[in-house]
Design a protein around this ligand. Structure first.
Ligand SMILES: Nc1ncnc2c1ncn2[C@@H]1O[C@H](COP(=O)(O)OP(=O)(O)OP(=O)(O)O)[C@@H](O)[C@H]1O
Ligand SMILES: [Mg+2]
Length: 212
């Protein structure tokens, strides 16, 4: 188990354009610099093979948390694979994952792709949701210790999102990988069966619970 400490504060200085000054005057906003605290010494314990579910409204601080956890994990010697950093080469899908065709089909199925027409297309010929699932397959194929997915499942229809969430937590647990997702969607929690749920609220308010 490793304990991570997260602190994130911003000094918000406003650019005083004529329109900004007009808004400030109309709404009675003070424009002096203010400290904006998102995390203030939050402690999080994460074990290898944990599924970590980060939820909360837009702007609450989910992406910042993933970014900081990722940076601290890398500094601690772990290999982190980030879904949003995966680039797709322009080759048939079946060539992009796994050491052979069988392994490719297995990984793609785990990511929710089981259509022969998709196997032989190139990334540029796929829909956003198909490309997203291809990236999930590549995440599962990586040799990283930690898998990170911000906006997890956001571009998928909700049934597919739940199927993929169930499948990915199974694979990550079996492989002993830490799997960390952030999402505003709350409909995948049963399928994800998280070990740790972090609910970020506004300001530095946050709730950490074991389980879902
Ligand atoms: N460089 C920055 N300077 C000032 N404030 C920032 C900066 N980066 C992020 N913030 C603020 O920190 C807060 C958290 O941002 P974050 O991107 O983590 O939100 P989020 O929960 O991922 O939201 P979303 O669901 O919309 O992706 C936001 O209110 C944002 O405005
Ligand atoms: Mg975000």
């Amino acid at each position: 188990m490793t304990e991570y400490t997260i602190t994130r504060k911003f000094n918000t200085s406003v650019e005083r354009t004529p329109r900004v000054l007009e808004i400030a005057e109309s709404f009675g906003l003070g424009l002096s610099d203010k400290e904006f605290v998102v995390y203030d010494g939050l402690k999080i314990d994460i074990r290898p093979a944990d599924v970590v579910y980060i939820k909360g409204q837009s702007g609450s601080g989910k992406s910042l948390l993933l970014k900081d956890l990722s940076a601290q994990m890398i500094a601690g010697g772990l290999k982190v694979a980030d879904l949003n950093k995966i680039e797709l080469d322009e080759h048939p899908v079946v060539e992009l994952v796994g050491k052979d065709t069988n392994e490719a089909l297995d990984l793609l199925a785990k990511a929710g792709i089981s259509d022969a027409w998709i196997y032989i297309r190139k990334p540029s010929e796929l829909s956003d949701g198909q490309r997203y699932r291809l990236k999930l397959a590549m995440l599962m194929a990586s040799d990283a210790d930690v898998w990170i997915a911000d906006e997890f499942g956001a571009v998928l229809d909700r049934v597919t999102a739940r199927v993929v969430a169930f499948s990915m937590q199974k694979v990550s647990r079996r492989a002993g990988k830490t799997f960390m997702v952030a999402t505003t969607h709350e409909d995948m929690v049963t399928e994800l069966a998280p070990d740790l749920t972090i609910t970020k609220m506004f300001r530095e308010k946050v709730k950490i619970e074991a389980g879902a």
